[in-house]
Design a protein around this ligand. Structure first.
Ligand code: FE2
Length: 137
C-alpha cells in the first residue's frame, strides 16, 4: 500500500471513530440519570462537541490529501445505558481506541508539519480524556 493510501485509510478510521464518539456522547448526555447527571450531562455534551471539532480537522486533512472522507460512523456498537458507570466504561474504551488511532497516524505525517501539529493536538486531547475518565472510575 502506498504511504498516502495508508494515511487516508487511517484518517478515515479516525473520522469514523469521531462520528461514532459524537453519537455516543450525545446519547449518554440525554440518558444519564440521577445525581451524577449534574456533572456528567455537561461532560458528555462537551465530549460530543469535541468529537465534532476533531472530525472537522480530520475531514479537512482528507480533502487536502485528495482522499474521499467516509460519511458513516464506525460500526462498533454504541451500548445503550442509563447507568453512569457503564457509560464511563464505554467512554474509556472509545477514548483509548481514538488514542491508538491517532498514534498510528502521527508517524505517517513526518513531512507535513502543519497536519502533524493538528493531529498531535487531537492525540493530546484523547490522552487527557483517558486520564480524566480513569480518575473518575
Ligand atoms: Fe476525538
Amino acid at each position: 500500500m502506498k504511504a498516502t493510501e495508508e494515511l487516508i485509510e487511517r484518517l478515515n478510521d479516525a473520522l469514523a471513530r469521531e462520528m461514532r464518539a459524537q453519537a455516543m456522547y450525545a446519547h449518554y448526555a440525554a440518558y444519564v440519570k440521577g445525581i451524577h447527571r449534574m456533572h456528567l450531562k455537561p461532560y458528555f455534551e462537551n465530549e460530543a462537541a469535541e468529537s465534532v471539532v476533531h472530525a472537522q480537522t480530520v475531514r479537512n486533512a482528507l480533502v487536502r490529501l485528495g482522499g474521499v472522507a467516509v460519511t458513516e460512523r464506525h460500526t462498533e456498537t454504541i451500548e445503550h445505558a442509563t447507568d453512569y458507570r457503564i457509560m464511563l466504561e464505554e467512554s474509556l474504551k472509545t477514548e483509548r481506541a481514538a488514542k491508538e488511532a491517532y498514534q498510528g497516524i502521527l508517524p505517517l505525517l513526518k513531512e507535513d508539519e502543519e497536519l502533524y501539529d493538528a493531529i498531535e493536538q487531537i492525540l493530546f486531547a484523547e490522552e487527557r480524556s483517558v486520564e480524566e475518565i480513569l480518575q473518575v472510575l
